[in-house]
Write a protein that binds this ligand. Structure first.
Ligand SMILES: Cc1cc2nc3c(=O)[nH]c(=O)nc-3n(C[C@H](O)[C@H](O)[C@H](O)COP(=O)(O)O)c2cc1C
Length: 193
């Protein structure tokens, strides 16, 4: 199986980095072919620009977008790993989605409405927060995380979202609880064929 990890955290000592390493080690040990796209390390340019629109209008895809689309096309499974920043994804990941999930690659419009073109792919999401679940629930944020990423983005492209796990209060819980979280990561990705 081909598994693509799309990873958006700038700090190699972060808990998100530990999630990425756990995913990579678990799936490699299971015989998956794993590719990691570390958006900060790649210095992925996240701003959908007027130059991009000029190229799209000429049926061309900028090289940096094409490379990411080739990785997505290769993948059977896509695993997204990111912290919550201002109630959403880090801007680099939002910009990756803006630029890479293009009309004609990720979706198309038909006479019956929008149709996802990434139907054969399954997604898993690991997201972390600083705030506790109970606090975020006061603003309905956990369900908003799911709605925006799962329904509004990945399902729109036709991907099947197998799981979206949010690890809460990550900087404030004990080391033992963080170890448990990594154990949960291991178990969740182990379910992938
Ligand atoms: C720019 C920025 C914005 C943040 N916004 C939120 C937020 O809206 N909600 C929240 O719960 N935590 C927020 N946090 C805290 C991070 O989500 C938290 O520290 C991170 O998920 C912990 O994982 P890490 O150690 O891998 O960074 C924010 C942190 C930063 C740096």
């Amino acid at each position: 199986m081909n598994t693509l990890v799309i990873y958006a955290h700038p700090n190699p000592n972060s808990f998100n980095a530990a999630i990425k390493e756990t995913v990579q080690q678990t799936l490699t040990a299971k015989g998956h072919d794993v590719r990691v796209r570390d958006l900060y390390e790649l210095r992925f340019h996240p701003v959908l620009s007027s130059e991009d629109f000029v190229q799209f209008s000429q049926h061309q895809i900028p090289d940096d977008i094409r490379i990411e689309q080739e990785h997505i096309a290769w993948a059977d499974h896509i695993i997204f790993i990111y912290p919550t920043w201002w109630a959403g994804t880090p801007a680099i990941l939002k910009g990756f989605i803006d630029r890479v999930f293009t009309n004609g690659f990720a979706f198309q419009y038909t006479e019956n409405g929008a149709e996802g073109l990434l139907k054969n792919k399954k997604a898993i999401i690991f997201q972390t927060t600083g705030q506790p679940k109970e606090f975020l629930e006061l603003g309905n944020l956990p369900s908003a995380f799911q709605a925006v990423m799962n329904a509004g983005t990945l399902a729109f492209t036709g991907m099947e979202v197998l799981d979206h796990t949010v690890f809460y209060s990550v900087p404030y819980v004990s080391d033992e609880e963080r170890k448990q979280m990594l154990e949960e990561v291991k178990q969740k990705v182990s379910c992938l064929a």
